[in-house]
Design a protein. Structure first.
Length: 281
């Protein structure tokens, strides 16, 4: 098993195993669960991207479609109208690598043509058969997530006979597909909240280290999610910061290499504390 995850993204080399890396979320959507509508205008998105970079994020993840539970899917055309002007604008100024959060290969290709370097696909390449070839064509880094169903129906009674076994088997197939397609750099994400109960989410975080057998870096995305609200009895997504920090800390200590967050400053500070703790003899 290899714990040395050295990836070249753009012109920079990232040793993803050396410390906890942080991906900042930039949603250019009208309906995302916690920040929908805030950054629809490209100029406002640019201002937020500047802030994400200034607060110390390693990567910025731009998304144009809400994938919250129960959300309706939009076309690639509508998605591109939202994200491409933003990516064009921020890629001229922001130095950290841009990720495009999409499962449409058409959107991914347009984003990669305009400055993105990472494709974050919640479907693990399963919603669009052309996705792997597009990622390979542009020599992009891929993030593949586990999901049960689709966003519209994924939370309708999710059941597993063997959660960890099924998630590992799912990623074995994905990593194989990526290798066959010629994708050289892949990161996997267990998909917290995507077709899982609260118990499923906590179990995956507790045992995320078992995914290390796949020899890929691991990303975790718990930021502001509804299961934190259920645990804390809080309906307001903005009132879930302590829960987010706690679960990111547990996940990182258990093996996660990247934490994906809305609250970037808090995420970066969390990562620094974790790294200092792990370096202590």
């Amino acid at each position: 098993m290899n714990d040395n995850y050295t990836y070249q993204i753009g012109k920079k080399i990232y040793d993803l195993s050396s410390r906890v890396h942080v991906m900042g979320i930039l949603n250019v959507t009208p309906d995302s669960f916690s920040d929908g509508g805030q950054f629809l205008e490209p100029q406002k998105a640019l201002e937020r991207a500047r802030q994400i970079e200034a607060e110390g994020a390693d990567f910025i993840d731009v998304g144009g479609q809400s994938t919250r539970p129960g959300s309706e899917e939009i076309s690639a055309e509508e998605e591109m109208k939202r994200v491409i002007p933003v990516i064009q604008l921020i890629s001229k100024e922001i130095k950290i690598p841009i990720s495009i959060d999409t499962y449409h290969s058409q959107t991914a290709e347009a984003a990669l043509e305009n400055g993105a370097m990472i494709v974050n696909d919640i479907s693990g390449f399963n919603f669009d058969d052309n996705m792997t070839s597009v990622i390979a064509k542009y020599k992009a880094t891929a993030i593949a997530m586990h999901i049960r169903g689709r966003p519209k129906d994924m939370q309708l009674n999710p059941v597993y006979e063997d959660l960890l076994g099924e998630v590992i088997s799912y990623f074995e197939k994905i990593v194989w597909r990526a290798n066959v397609a010629g994708i050289k750099q892949i990161i996997i994400d267990p998909g917290i909240g995507f077709g899982k109960t609260t118990e499923h989410n906590l179990l995956l975080i507790k045992h995320i280290g078992e995914l290390k057998r796949l020899d890929t870096p691991l990303m975790i995305g718990v930021s502001r999610k509804s299961f934190i609200g259920r645990i804390l009895d809080s309906e307001n997504p903005l009132d879930r910061l302590e829960g987010t920090i706690t679960l990111n800390t547990i996940a990182a200590l258990n093996g996660a290499n990247i934490i994906r967050v809305h609250d970037v400053k808090a995420g970066v500070r969390t990562a620094r504390i974790i790294d200092a703790y792990r370096l202590t003899e």
